[in-house]
Design a protein around this ligand. Sequence first.
Ligand SMILES: NC(=O)c1ccc[n+]([C@@H]2O[C@H](COP(=O)([O-])OP(=O)(O)OC[C@H]3O[C@@H](n4cnc5c(N)ncnc54)[C@H](OP(=O)(O)O)[C@@H]3O)[C@@H](O)[C@H]2O)c1
Length: 226
Amino acid sequence: MRRRRPYVTAFVTMSADGKIASVVRDSRLSCPFDKKRQHALRASHDAVVVGASTVLIDDPLLTVRLVKGPNPKRVIVDGRLRIPLNSRVVTNKDAETIILTCSDNSRSEKITALLEAGVKVLTFPCVNGVIDLNEALLKLREKGISSILVEGGGELLWHFFRLSLVDEFRVTISPYIIGGSDAITPVEGHGFGTLSEWVKLRLTHAIRCECGNEVHLVYRVLGRNA
Ligand SMILES: NC(=O)c1ccc[n+]([C@@H]2O[C@H](COP(=O)([O-])OP(=O)(O)OC[C@H]3O[C@@H](n4cnc5c(N)ncnc54)[C@H](OP(=O)(O)O)[C@@H]3O)[C@@H](O)[C@H]2O)c1
């Protein structure tokens, strides 16, 4: 029988010129209503997933605080185990944290320290330090996680889109121009070359934010061959 992966929603907030963080990695793009929407989305998914750099730069809690609702599990994709032991996803106990890393790290002292801190660690075979997210998602599903919210950053989202693992893409466009060729965009990585390779989307909702100055777009992901 074919193993099923969790339903995957990707969500980012970007500037009007398509950046999720500036060259100095400032990413304070959301208005209070967008933040609330983010927390409501977290509450409606079993797990929230971010890349290691987002933890290193933003030190997020990834919990639900601005609306009523359950905290999702926190999943950090950290191929080289770079996140510090004093990061809030490790020290804060309001939600369970699971770190996905490469099996080369299986014997590392960092894993022992993370386990002692109460964090779960799942290891996967990696190619050039990149975890096969197909396998990782199937493992998360086996652990009872049937929906995930991927909040970025751009490098992690590239791997999700590269492997056609996103079902729904949500983006809030906030009223800023950031500029900078080294600023971060919603999807980084190598990128897809020609139109035939691009991921095709269908717009299902366009919601003007309560603040009146932002728009939230919801797309169904049709795939690359659609
Ligand atoms: N505006 C928004 O909505 C939003 C949301 C999230 C983040 N951000 C911003 O985005 C920036 C960070 O984005 P980013 O693109 O630089 O980094 P990122 O995607 O947060 O993290 C990238 C790192 O995660 C690890 N990783 C990702 N996929 C992996 C895989 N398949 N296998 C193994 N490891 C994997 C790698 O760590 P190793 O290199 O150590 O292996 C990789 O370098 C921050 O400035 C943050 O503030 C903005």
